[in-house]
Design a protein around this ligand. Structure first.
Ligand SMILES: Nc1ncnc2c1ncn2[C@@H]1O[C@H](COP(=O)(O)OP(=O)(O)OP(=O)(O)O)[C@@H](O)[C@H]1O
Length: 270
């Protein structure tokens, strides 16, 4: 349903792609990468907020895509109730009753101005709008940044409810990898404009190891492919693809990385 093939986008000093990314229908895909890796650019291309220089993008109709950004893009002087009225004409399946019901459930005051909403309320307003619109594909760009643990927990619950219908799909970018680990079925890792991997969560963690070595140096061929190799007084450590790890030296130990380890070491490069 959502498929990017050979997509590129050039900005001065940054190139996204060529990028291939398939987002599985019926699942939540988490999108992670360091600052400036290309997450928002990819999301903008998906949402037609930017045009690719090349490649093809298959996505649902815009009426089926619900968008949640870190801050709402509505006019700050609109009242929450005005947001519903303003969006209604653009979405054939829009439901005022559903919008009202969700605002009440999320405790978002209908008479409050958008600019007066807290971060958590702004996020919930956007979700209420996306669900009232009848979206089947939710795209969330950094929705949990600046949110307290309670609001992040509520978002996880809302996404869980949304996913009860097997034809619904979510793409969710975040720097808070614990949120990604909790919510996402698949995780796509982007680095310097390239998708490094996209895999089911536990498969992703299983496909890398943090190797802590002692005095025996890392095999040079493996070292060339290792990420974030660090030398220190007691030896070295690095993130290495599990398939590349042959014989582990006697004085080395392999441990399963966290998603943070993977993002950080990949960003440090070979
Ligand atoms: N409109 C633009 N004009 C020029 N450069 C841009 C534009 N939009 C993004 N970039 C550049 O593209 C690169 C990727 O930015 P992008 O916002 O996609 O990264 P990101 O992974 O979302 O980062 P962050 O986690 O910090 O939000 C950055 O170097 C950024 O400066």
């Amino acid at each position: 349903m959502i498929d990017l093939q050979g997509v590129t986008k050039h900005y001065p000093g940054f190139t996204l792609g060529p990028l291939d990314l398939a987002i599985e229908e019926g699942f939540v895909t988490g999108f992670v990468g360091a600052n400036g890796a290309g997450k928002t650019t990819t999301i903008k291309l998906l949402l037609r907020m930017a045009h690719p220089d090349s490649g093809t993008i298959q996505r649902p109709d815009m009426a089926d895509i619900g968008v949640v950004l870190d801050t709402p893009s509505y006019d700050g002087d609109w009242r929450v109730s005005t947001v519903g009225k303003a969006l209604r004409p653009f979405y054939p399946r829009w439901s005022d009753a559903r919008f009202q019901e969700l605002l009440e459930r999320f405790n978002v005051p209908a008479d409050r101005k958008v600019k007066q909403l807290s971060r958590g309320m702004g996020m919930k307003l956007q979700i209420a709008a996306a669900l009232a619109q009848g979206a089947t594909f939710l795209v969330l760009d950094e929705p949990t940044s600046g949110l307290d643990p309670l609001s992040r927990d509520e978002l996880a619950e809302i996404i869980g409810d949304f996913m009860l219908d097997e034809h619904r799909t979510v793409l969710f970018s975040s720097h808070i990898t614990s949120d990604i680990e909790r919510i996402a079925d698949y995780v796509a890792v982007i680095d310097k404009g390239q998708i490094v991997t996209c895999a089911e969560g536990s498969e992703l963690l299983g496909s890398y190891r943090i190797l802590h070595g002692g005095r025996t140096p890392l095999d040079p061929d493996v070292a060339a492919e290792a990420y974030g190799l660090r030398s220190h007084a007691a030896g070295w450590d690095a993130l290495i693809a599990t398939r590349l790890i042959g014989e582990i030296p006697d004085d080395a130990v392999a441990e399963e990385p966290t998603l943070d380890d993977i993002v950080v070491r990949i960003a440090k490069g070979h």
